[in-house]
Design a protein around this ligand. Sequence first.
Ligand SMILES: NC(=O)c1ccc[n+]([C@@H]2O[C@H](COP(=O)([O-])OP(=O)(O)OC[C@H]3O[C@@H](n4cnc5c(N)ncnc54)[C@H](O)[C@@H]3O)[C@@H](O)[C@H]2O)c1
Length: 261
Amino acid sequence: MQQNQPHSVLITGSTSGIGLAIAHCFARAGHHVMLHGLADGETARALLSEFSGYAGKQGFSSANIATEQGCAQLVADTREAIGNPSVLINNAGIQHTATAHEFPAEKWHQILAINLSASFFLCRDLLPAMRTAGWGRIINIASVHGLVASEQKSAYCAAKHGLVGLTKVLALENADRNITANAICPGWVETPLIQPQIENIAREQQLDMESARAELVGAKQPMARATRPDAIGELALYLCGEFASTITGAALPVDGGWSAQ
Ligand SMILES: NC(=O)c1ccc[n+]([C@@H]2O[C@H](COP(=O)([O-])OP(=O)(O)OC[C@H]3O[C@@H](n4cnc5c(N)ncnc54)[C@H](O)[C@@H]3O)[C@@H](O)[C@H]2O)c1
């Protein structure tokens, strides 16, 4: 990273899964991390205690980023807790599966708001300071569904394809200021987000959970194993390092060959 100094890193949706793993990777590397997600006070305290052994500062915000105001709240909470972030990792996301002709409007709006619009508002609010500083890193956790489609995921695919497009525009607009913007596009990752889909397969096909997991992952990925969340964290860390300074506007698949087909 710039001059090897610790950076202030905001990771949305870092109470569990990929976001939590990313937060540990950055904290382990000595950076200040802002944890965020929908969690009550007790869960937040337990989460912060997980990070107490790291050298950098930590903060937590439970701002609901489904609205523009919630995003502004998260920016304010972050600046107060760890200073102005020079690294923004848009990771918070939700999923709902149904065919387009049966998709509830409320779920459509929620998925677009959290998986796409929140990333836009946070980038918009944090870019001016990054541009003034002449250094910044934006990493959007998209999905293989930002590159290819699957049935039953109209809102999720629309949001993630949108996030990849947003990433490319940000890369172009900020190329002159030492700011990179990249999307990471995971296939299946072992997190709570995919649990309901495993349970559906187990129920529908009367399989045990292990067989249902293999069925879910193998149906799409030539490598029929899910990616570890910390593999996404290590890639995000690499994208903030010296050797990644000209990687920008990329959508990087981490998907066991899914999108190569
Ligand atoms: N798990 C996978 O297989 C997989 C694959 C590809 C992409 N992704 C993407 O990676 C990201 C993280 O996924 P995960 O599996 O770790 O999910 P997760 O369900 O474990 O965590 C989601 C996080 O988002 C937060 N969140 C959700 N709604 C919010 C809201 N309205 N306001 C604030 N925070 C909110 C939750 O509190 C939590 O911290 C998502 O964007 C997801 O689409 C996941």
